[in-house]
Design a protein around this ligand. Sequence first.
Ligand code: SIN
Length: 517
Amino acid sequence: MNEVFDFVIIGSGVAGLYSALNFPENTKVLLLTKKRVEDCNTNQAQGGIAAAVDEGDSWKLHAADTLNASASLCEEEAVEILTKEGPKEIKRLMNMGMEFDHKNGKIDFTLEGAHGKRRILHAGGDATGKKLREFLSEKVGKKKNVKIVENALVLELLKNNSGRVNGVLALEDGIFKFYKARAVILASGGCGALYESTTNPDVATGDGIAMAYEAGAEIMDMEFIQFHPTALYNPKGLSFLISESVRGEGAILLNEKGERFMPKYHEKAELAPRDVVSRAIMSEMKRLKTPYVWLDATHLGSEYIQERFPTIFKTLMKYGIDMRKDRIPVAPAAHYTMGGVKTDTFGRTNIPGLYACGEVACTGVHGANRLASNSLLEGLVFSHRAVLSAQREEMESDDEVEIQKIMQKYENRSKMVSKAKEIRRELRHKLSLYAGVERNESDLRIFLKWIKEKNEGLEEGWNEDIWKTRKALTVGALIAKAALLRNESRGAHFRKDHPESKKEWENFHIITTNKGG
Ligand code: SIN
């Protein structure tokens, strides 16, 4: 055993960092992150954090908007907790020194799709996630009880004979490390980067979901992948998020012919729920045979654009687009994993000792379509609750990790690298093609058959590339199997062969387990 901690946290986004911050000083905490601390989805979040903190707003109104966007799949208890406890967490952060943008001495709330009120707090204009991540990193960095290890690839969740998670196996600079703990907090994020076009950083490959599944955790709602309507269309390189708050502040969507199309799809036009806007864009793209539509913010004013959206403005300038006078080519891109490791409202999974919070978890709080800017809030509220609950876990005295037995799996090092990488590249393409904004039965079956063949074609031996490829294939299969089973359309899950929502699927979650786990 390399080291013993009270708690091991996997992931350095808002859920991981806020967990680390909330564990008391008398506990020994290890935070492992796959690359650098800043390589996480939180760091990329632009729009903000939704919370009913303004006068005249209330948690009930926020809850009603969350439920309306969710397409009748939200867990109402989780929504109540999120919207009631959210404002308390925001005030707590502000008391600790977190600064949100103000205008005329008051918090400058913005508006995003499907919100009935301007309730989104933002920081640094359009750099809310980065500012929050920096703030939390700084606070956690001062805690003597927390050790952070970067470039640590967690390979396995370890379990004792009674089936309790009691540690992790990680790979750090090519060295295997065993860490034992009272409980493990999974905060490793979603799987958007498994798609070809995504707003996520490359670390968001769903490893945590695959590892938890392999350990026997219940995985819920994986058919619901949220596609952000407006990512920069960039055929030559990476996509980039153009925040919904740009539309919230008045930007409009135009098709190739320069016609504004959203009013004909929804009464809230550009501020309709995300799934509606994404499908409307796809439909215009198909109709006019173009790979993008235009986002037009030119009427918002030069100064305002530069001040309110500095990150987007500067990034677009690098691509030769001046949003003060140019329309921005945009298309939907994979953005958020609504499904994940099933937990209760205290982050508990079905495996004792294993907790999950943030995007990797699924409390059911987002239903079939997450309301904009509810994700940073989710990370704060549910990680705090997971920490409160995990502290009740005790270290079991006869809880030894069977290192030699586990290491047998890693003895046979394989040289297969390029084939494994090629499979991951193909997976991104096929996942986007067969399990993207639109799906149908025959495509999903073709995709699942392909996954099976590729899994069988991988060598028995071990190396990081084979490991990453197997995890990616596992997550791809979880998405495709759930998408195949749900023979209806709901929220972000759209079946071309079943375009209507069905009563029998309302409030019904697909939960998958690996019985052998
Ligand atoms: C955005 O700024 O559009 C992203 C906000 C979110 O995904 O909640």
